[in-house]
Design a protein around this ligand. Structure first.
Ligand code: ATP
Ligand code: MG
Length: 215
């Protein structure tokens, strides 16, 4: 008897804040790989990194993810890493998931910058043994260079690296934090419910200003 494997996409990130780049990647992966669901998995910040100036707290980042995905019936929030104390490592998270759900294939979704950094991640080989890696282009990386790094990583780790079919989405949380701090509008870069929350909590803004808005 053949088991029909469930297919889950995982989009891990700091999501400080979650933006349309993350959401578009999740939806594109859902379509391209015929996934059953896509989980958005916020990384927990170690204690010394919490409540840093100009950053949102763990609770606020999770709340923004919840609001951002609320209108999509096949998106979920995964609190696995957020609920761990201290550092979490992707390989451990994926290995735990695999042992708990042996009938599920995991598709870990990343941008090209993360593919470049993969050597610095803890136990990349074990990550590739536990999931398929789905990679989106980013930062205007030329096609040829993107293909080269994909080929290199396939050779290094003998894992599945798939290219996600998305346009270059020139958007980052870092740049959005800067725009908000500078009083610029971020409308359409973030879903409206996330913008409302940022305004309500005055996130990323100069708090002394009081009633600043980013729409
Ligand atoms: P920051 O600027 O704070 O690093 P970010 O926009 O890179 O934020 P992260 O939460 O660090 O967002 O990213 C989570 C994952 O999403 C990473 O694998 C990253 O490469 C990917 N990602 C984020 N934005 C994009 C984008 N615009 N295009 C492609 N991949 C992206
Ligand atoms: Mg990043």
């Amino acid at each position: 008897m053949t088991t029909i494997m469930k297919k889950i996409g995982i989009m891990g990130g700091t999501f400080d804040p979650i933006h349309i780049g993350h959401l578009i990647l999740g939806e594109a992966a859902y379509q391209q790989f015929q996934l059953d669901r896509v989980w958005f998995m916020p990384a927990g910040n170690p204690p010394h990194k919490q409540n840093r100036k100009g950053r949102a707290s763990d609770e606020e980042r999770v709340e923004m993810v919840r609001r951002a995905i609320a209108s999509n019936p096949h998106f979920d929030v995964s609190m696995i890493e957020m609920n761990e104390d201290g550092y979490t490592y992707t390989y451990r998270t994926l290995e735990t998931l695999r042992s708990q759900n042996p009938d599920t294939d995991y598709y870990f979704i990343i941008g090209a910058d993360s593919l470049f950094d993969l050597d610095q991640w803890r136990e990349p080989q074990r990550i590739l043994e536990a999931c398929h890696m789905v990679v989106a282009t980013r930062n205007q990386i030329p096609e040829e260079q993107f293909n080269q790094i994909l080929a290199r990583r396939r050779e290094q780790y003998q894992g599945d690296f798939f290219q996600l079919d998305t346009p270059n989405l020139d958007i980052s949380s870092k740049h959005l934090r800067k725009m908000i701090r500078g009083g610029e509008s971020v409308k359409y870069y973030l879903p409206d419910p996330v913008i409302e929350y940022i305004n309500q909590k005055q996130l990323y803004m100069d708090k002394s200003d009081g009633g600043q808005r980013c729409d």
